[in-house]
Design a protein around this ligand. Structure first.
Ligand code: BGC
Length: 784
């Protein structure tokens, strides 16, 4: 009897369960395939709902479909931390008290770690911060190639090399998306400088496009599985890139099979018809008809709003393109806001600070550490020997997480370099104006040295302590020099900053040299004290005319919340530097292809509306240009479609520091480079191995770099190209074998005739080394 009752109850439960299952619309049924859910949701949507989801409703959000239970989609910058909230319809700060974040190091620093694991950690941590803040799309990472060191936004990108940028972007995207937050990889494509960014029309060969400028985007899409991508402001083939038929329809969505959402850069959409037909899916930030003032219903005037709806109603378009766009948005919803399994978000957690610190420490690059007049190298600082330490420079006391454009942040904390050093050396926070701290006889002093940028806030976020200083340049120099004479060692912390026309969005730098008279100050300090360490804070290389007079040079990037602690740990030696340059450090602009060819910033057309920038340096960007013999550079110019007076000057073919360069406090030896075969077919892989030994007396990490050189080809090829790398950590005396595997792609070039990658049979050299200029091992390979 009891059994019968139980059985009946079970039947009822099963029936209820089946009913509930039947009641669940397919788009909400997580057991169904994604595409089926997308189709189901799509066919339930009205025309108005479809039009609504493809354009913004506020500065950073687009509406979902409330009737069907899809919440609003919130985006936010990106790429170094989660930007503070702005007002609904303005760029101005919302003034919240709960939107302060952790600032992670800028992407140039991440690239300088040459450690893909750091990129994964970066993405995961950033994703957790974004989740907590209710953001489902992070506007980053940026992977535009460094073509000119004047580009104000290089600090947001991953350097000059397509292979390095590709290897670093993939784990960043995967890490971020593992938390259910979409990456929006930007700025697709050819957005390599900031001046006139809405008007630059890039003219570039198919080879340079595919070999240099697209690989990192392609890797982010095909390997990283990016869920969204941002169209760039500029033009390519006379069409804005937010609705560019070739870049979006043909390459991204056609060749690469991208199934995510193309989001316009803010204000990058200019035309309804092109937006409809050429692959834009979500229009953001458009400023049309004076809508910057935030008039009510301004968003109805977007190119893909009422104008598009009316064109559909009048029969100009079917809903074919619209449905295709909405499908992509729906996919994004299911991957983010509609994913019930997204993990918990965290803001400002200890683990995020630990991530920020670790990446900063791994990314700082020791550029030079020669013996000074007192014989031993100055770094790491020997506090038994150097008791009176003087810090000079504005960047020692300036917040760098504020400013620079859309990547500007509001941080919970930012340890400034002077504070970090003070803590490490004296055990106290440094406090102006009573500067002296002392521990174990070590005395730390500070002199401002120069005044650069004293702006107090950016977008309503304050920079903390006031930087106003009314003293003249002479007075500041005099003070610094007098103190330098009395010091045992001087640490100058200068470089660029995030103000307009430095490392900042919207404009390029106007000069390669250091601003604010820093060169003269450095010379004066070098006169006063030979024990001079120069710490450069920037996302770009700068001229260093005084380099021979300064024994130690460190590249410190913009490294976020833990800047001071990270820098102090490297300078004082508790961390052994292992960063490597992600770009060539030119001695002067003439060494850079974009400038040597006179092709930057381009030529205005007669109507002064468009500026054509022909990339005459072609595939020879960064070290690829440096490596090229002068006669080949000249040939390169002649081969270009545009006859132009050559700017080529015989030059010292040596940069200040080559791509891939970075020193350590220990030493390494690479021995016995070998390959598992001497000949290979196009279908095979080949593994290069080398034994790396730490020959010094402390733990450290080295980056083994593999460059490929095509000895004879039917097209001009770079002297060598990075095709593999691996970072290895070693205890003193320890040896490890590092192996790097390549396949035919590493041997290929983009063939313009067949529009495909091609590996030509023949001989190749495989160069193994520790920078692009330090390749010690050479192996010959024949491709059959
Ligand atoms: C920038 C983008 C940014 C967007 C939103 C634009 O001006 O180019 O990188 O994501 O603004 O802030």
């Amino acid at each position: 009897m009891i059994h019968k009752k139980l059985f009946a109850a079970l039947l009822v439960l099963q029936a209820v369960g089946m009913q509930a299952q039947q009641a669940l619309p397919p788009y909400l049924d997580e057991t169904l395939p994604l595409e089926q859910r997308v189709s189901d949701a799509l066919q339930r949507m009205t025309l108005d709902e479809k039009i609504a989801v493809i354009h913004a409703q506020s500065k950073f959000s687009a509406p979902g479909v409330p009737r069907l239970g899809f919440p609003d989609l919130w985006t936010d910058d990106g790429p170094h931390g989660v930007r503070p909230d702005v007002l609904w319809d303005e760029w101005v700060q919302a003034g919240q008290t709960n939107d302060s974040c952790v600032a992670f190091p800028a992407l140039t620093c991440l690239a300088a770690t040459w450690n893909p694991q750091m990129a994964r950690l970066y993405g995961e941590s950033l994703g957790e911060e974004a989740l907590y803040r209710g953001k489902s799309v992070i506007l980053g990472p940026g992977v535009n190639i460094l073509r000119t060191p004047l580009n104000g936004r290089n600090f947001e990108y991953m350097g000059e090399d397509p292979w390095l940028a590709s290897r670093m972007v993939v784990p960043y995207v995967q890490g971020l998306q593992s938390r259910g937050v979409a990456a929006c990889v930007k700025h697709y494509a050819l957005n390599n400088d900031e001046d006139f960014r809405h008007q630059v029309n890039v003219i570039v060969s198919d080879r340079a496009l595919h070999e240099i400028y697209l690989p990192a985007f392609r890797a982010a899409v095909q390997e990283g599985g990016a869920w969204s991508i941002m169209g760039a402001y500029n033009l390519y083939r006379d069409q804005h890139n937010c609705h560019n038929a070739v870049l979006l329809n043909k390459i991204l969505k056609g060749d690469w099979q991208f199934d995510g959402v193309v989001i316009s850069d803010w204000g990058g959409c200019h035309d309804t018809d092109e937006a409809v037909r050429n692959g834009l899916d979500l229009e953001m930030g458009t400023w049309t008809d004076g809508l910057t003032m935030g008039r009510t219903n301004a968003y109805d005037s977007y190119h893909m709003a009422v104008a598009y709806k009316q064109a559909i109603l009048s029969g100009k378009y079917s809903t074919r393109e619209l449905d295709e766009k909405v499908r992509r948005l729906l996919r994004l919803y299911f991957r983010t806001t509609m994913n019930r399994h997204r993990p918990q978000g965290f803001l400002c957690s200890e683990s995020h600070y630990a991530t920020a610190l670790r990446i900063a420490q791994e990314g700082i690059v020791l550029l030079k550490n020669s013996p000074s007049r007192s014989a031993a190298p100055l770094l790491p600082l020997d506090t038994m020997k150097y008791k009176k330490i003087l810090v000079v420079g504005e960047n020692a006391i300036k917040m760098m997480t504020v400013g620079g454009g859309s990547s500007s942040l509001k941080v919970q904390k930012e340890i400034l370099p002077l504070d970090g050093l003070s803590q490490a050396l004296t055990g106290h926070r440094y406090s102006l104006p009573s500067p002296l701290g002392e521990r174990s006889g070590v005395r730390l002093d500070y002199a401002r040295g120069y005044v650069g940028d004293t702006v107090q806030s950016f977008d309503g976020v304050s920079v903390g302590r006031s930087l106003y200083d009314t003293r003249s340049a002479e007075e500041l120099t005099r003070e610094a020099v007098e103190k330098a004479r009395l010091a045992d060692v001087v640490i100058f912390i200068g470089g660029l900053n995030k103000s307009d026309r430095q490392d900042s969005e919207g404009h390029d730098r106007q000069q390669y040299g250091l601003p604010y008279g820093q060169d003269q100050l450095i010379e004066a300090l070098a006169d006063a004290n030979p024990n001079l360490v120069y710490v450069n804070v920037s996302g770009n290389p700068v001229a260093m005319p005084w380099l021979s007079r300064v024994p130690a040079v460190v590249q410190a990037w913009f490294i976020g919340s833990e800047a001071g602690e990270a820098l102090a740990s490297v300078l004082c030696g508790s961390v052994n530097p292992s960063g490597k340059l992600p770009y060539t450090w030119y001695a002067s602009l003439e060494q850079c292809g974009a400038h040597a060819t006179g092709s930057y910033p381009g030529t205005w057309r007669a109507d002064h509306k468009i500026i054509d920038e022909e990339y005459l340096d072609d595939i020879f960007v960064g070290y690829r240009w440096m490596d090229l013999p002068l006669k080949d550079k000249a040939k390169q110019l002649k081969a270009s479609s545009k006859s132009q007076t050559s700017n080529l000057k015989p030059q010292i073919n040596k940069p200040l520091f080559p791509f891939g360069h970075g020193l350590s406090y220990t030493t390494f030896e690479l021995k016995n480079p070998r390959a598992d075969k001497r000949t290979m077919t196009a279908d095979e892989q080949l593994t290069v191995s080398v034994d790396v030994t730490n020959t010094g007396s402390r733990q450290g990490a080295e980056v083994v770099q593999l460059y490929v050189s095509d000895l004879k080809a039917s097209v001009p090829r770079p002297v060598k190209e990075l095709k593999g790398f691996s970072k290895v950590s070693l205890q003193p005396g320890e040896t490890k074998t590092v192996s790097i595997t390549i396949d035919r792609q590493a041997l290929s070039f983009y063939d313009e005739t067949s529009q495909a990658w091609k590996a030509e049979p023949g001989d190749f050299d495989l160069l193994v080394g520790t920078s692009s200029a330090q390749t010690t091992g050479k192996l010959r390979l024949t491709l059959r």
